[in-house]
Design a protein. Sequence first.
Length: 151
Amino acid sequence: MAIVLSFLVFLQGLGAYLAGLPGFVAGLLVYLILRFAPRRNRRIQRAALKLMAEERYADAAKVFEKGYRFFDEHRWYDRNRAFTMLDYSGMDYREMMLANWATNLALAGDKQKARELYRQCLELYPESRLAKPALRFLEPESSDDGSRRQV
C-alpha cells in the first residue's frame, strides 16, 4: 500500500507538470486504470480453482499451464505486480502457476510430467516452498535404503 501511495504522490507532481491537471486527479486516474484493468491472472486462477473443486484436474492443469505461459512471456507484469495487479504477495505468480500446473497433473495421474515441472520450478526458484515438499512426496522410494531421495 505504501508503494501505491508513494506512486500517487509522485504522480501529483508529474500530472500537474505534464498534463496541467491537478496532481490528485492524475494520480487518481492512474490508480483507477490500474485498479480496474483486466486482471487476467485472477480470471485464470479463479477458473482453474473452480475446475479443481470439480475434480477436473486435467482441465485445471491446462488452465494453469496457460497462466504459466502468460507470466513467463510477461515477466515485467509479475515483477511489478504491486502496480499491475495491486498484489503485494511475496510469491511470483509464475511460480504459483507452475507449481499448481504440476499439482494438477499429479492429481490427474501424470506423475512423471509433474516431477519434471516441480524440478523446473526448483531450477527457477531454488527455495520454492511449493515445489520442494511436493517433489519429495512424488519421488519414488530408493531401492537400497528405503529412504526418499534428496531434492
